[in-house]
Design a protein around this ligand. Structure first.
Ligand code: KIV
Ligand code: ZN
Length: 510
């Protein structure tokens, strides 16, 4: 039988620390449900001490999930651990995750604590966490830059105090695979009681080596991998779940290890994360990028037609990327829509399906073929964003070479309709000005980009905006066959995210 690696997903915690990736409670819940379906073993739902909003979101997720362990992050203080337990205590399978830094640079400059004080604090916090649950994870922050023997000493003490998982993070993405693999072997052979716990690793991607480091560590005996979908996370991000899973899947001789991940849900989950966070997946991203299975060179296309394995080491279907996309049109019924949505990973209630069906019909009237990407937009905008403060109801623009560009806009603001108009340099500028005036917001537009969701002239345009207001940053995303409408939707989405951030100030940790 294959040895097992536990998959610990931190998309909702470390992933949410990506600049602009904040999600509201409904979005977090939707993603948590999807991650449970995907088969992650442990889901880090958030950092409850960071804000009341985070605590509430984690608490709702803890209540909902049945199979997946739900964990919450806590610093080594009693207050943080109390908060974490308040949020996850009622979960079917709760785990407390507490951490403290163990590298000299962090202890000297950040914590201003001696090594002995750090060991004592780690022990006290693990013991305190154990007073709530027997499932406690301890992380040695900046572990990869810590003194090896001290690291083993901290792990030994944490396990002695009751930690059932000890995590070795490469917090700043500094490690090199051979070195990290050696470190894992060292920890396994120099921590006397390590057999009483699972050794976990948590890598960041600052040198583009997060996946390589994670695989090297697994190969050397680590048995829990901390990952995020699409590799989102602090700075350059975290190890990406899909890369680790597909490496295990594609190279079983080299890595004979099993997980519970359902690979055919990888692509739908990746799309969901991208739609919810507004963070686009780079086209050449391994596994889930738009070009990951696209063959451009003639020689490659010829080879793939003769035998896909000439240039394809994985089948797109394995990750749930259906290349024979079923195209839906205006004559397609509710049943066909429901079954396609199910294949994409969206199990909607009757009420939700009704809403999506209505929007699908509206789109099918404008666009001949409705493809998977269009459906994802409808689901994300129609279902996930229903609790937004601002909602675009109507947009009309006039523009051209001889007229002053003008936009009139109707918005729903906290359930009430409001109407207004403004002008600008072009149709998009006027729409943004009218929306800003109506909402009374003063955000600065830092970035604006448009891309086509699929090929063809009737493709939906996908717009991403990056907004800043009073030091808060948010991304907004919108899609529509009309790029001016897509831009207005993206702008409204960005404003909703800013409102969410204003209401939920968050303490960021590494
Ligand atoms: O990168 C890191 O060290 C972390 C810990 C809190 C596990 O995210
Ligand atoms: Zn991290």
């Amino acid at each position: 039988m294959k040895d097992r690696v536990y998959i610990f997903d931190t998309t909702l915690r470390d992933g949410e620390q990506s600049p602009g990736a904040s999600m509201n409670a409904a979005e977090k819940m939707r993603l948590a449900v999807q991650l449970e379906k995907l088969g992650v073993d442990i889901l880090e739902a958030g950092f409850p001490a960071a804000s009341q909003g985070d605590l509430d979101a984690v608490s709702q997720i803890a209540q909902k999930l049945e199979k997946t362990e739900v964990t919450a992050l806590a610093r080594t203080s009693k207050e943080d651990i109390d908060c974490a337990w308040k949020a996850i205590g009622h979960a079917a399978k709760p785990r407390i995750h507490t951490f403290i830094a163990t590298s000299d640079i962090h202890m000297d400059y950040k914590l201003k604590m001696t090594r002995d004080e750090v060991v004592k604090t780690a022990v006290e916090s693990v013991k305190y966490a154990r007073s709530f649950t027997d499932n406690v994870e301890f992380s040695a922050e900046d572990g990869s830059r810590s003194d090896r023997d001290f690291l083993c000493k901290v792990f030994e003490a944490a396990i002695e105090a009751g930690a059932t998982t000890v995590n070795l993070p490469d917090t700043v993405g500094y490690a090199i695979p051979e070195e990290f693999s050696e470190l894992v072997k060292y920890v396994l052979s120099h921590t006397p009681n390590i057999h009483k716990a699972i050794l976990s690793i948590h890598c960041h991607n600052d040198l583009g080596l997060a996946t390589a480091n994670t695989l090297a560590a697994i190969n050397s005996g680590a048995r829990q991998a901390e990952v995020t979908i699409n590799g989102i996370g602090e700075r350059a991000g975290n190890t990406s779940l899909e890369e680790v899973i597909m490496a295990l899947h594609t190279r079983p001789n080299f890595l004979p290890l099993s997980t519970e991940i359902k690979t055919n849900l990888i692509y739908p989950t990746s799309r969901l994360v991208s739609m919810i966070t507004g963070i686009l997946v780079q086209p050449n991203k391994a596994i889930v990028g738009a070009n990951a299975f696209a063959h451009e060179a003639g020689i490659h296309q010829d080879g793939v037609l003769k035998n896909p394995m000439t240039y394809e080491i994985m089948k797109p279907e394995t990750i749930g990327l259906n290349t024979n996309t079923l195209v839906l049109g205006k004559h397609s019924g509710r049943h066909a829509l429901r079954s396609r949505l199910k294949e994409l990973g969206y199990d909607l209630s009757d009420e939700e399906l009704k809403l999506v069906f209505k929007k699908f019909k509206e789109l099918a009237d404008k666009k001949k073929h409705v493809v998977d990407e269009d459906l994802e937009v409808i689901v994300t905008e129609g279902i996930l964003r229903t609790k937004d403060i601002f909602r675009l109801e109507y947009l009309h623009v006039t523009s051209g070479t001889t007229v002053l560009p003008m936009a009139s806009v109707k918005l729903e603001i906290n359930g009430r309709s409001a109407q207004g108009a403004d002008y600008g340099n072009g149709p998009i500028d006027s729409a943004f000005n009218a929306i800003a005036k109506l909402t009374g917001t003063k955000s600065e537009l830092l970035r604006f980009s448009v891309s086509a969701l699929t090929g063809g002239t009737d493709a939906q345009g996908e717009v991403t905006v990056r907004l800043r207001e009073n030091g808060l940053l948010a991304l907004g995303k919108g899609a529509d066959p009309d790029i001016i409408t897509a831009s207005a939707k993206a702008y409204v989405n960005g404003l909703n995210r800013l409102e969410y951030l204003k209401a939920n100030p968050v303490i960021k940790i590494s």
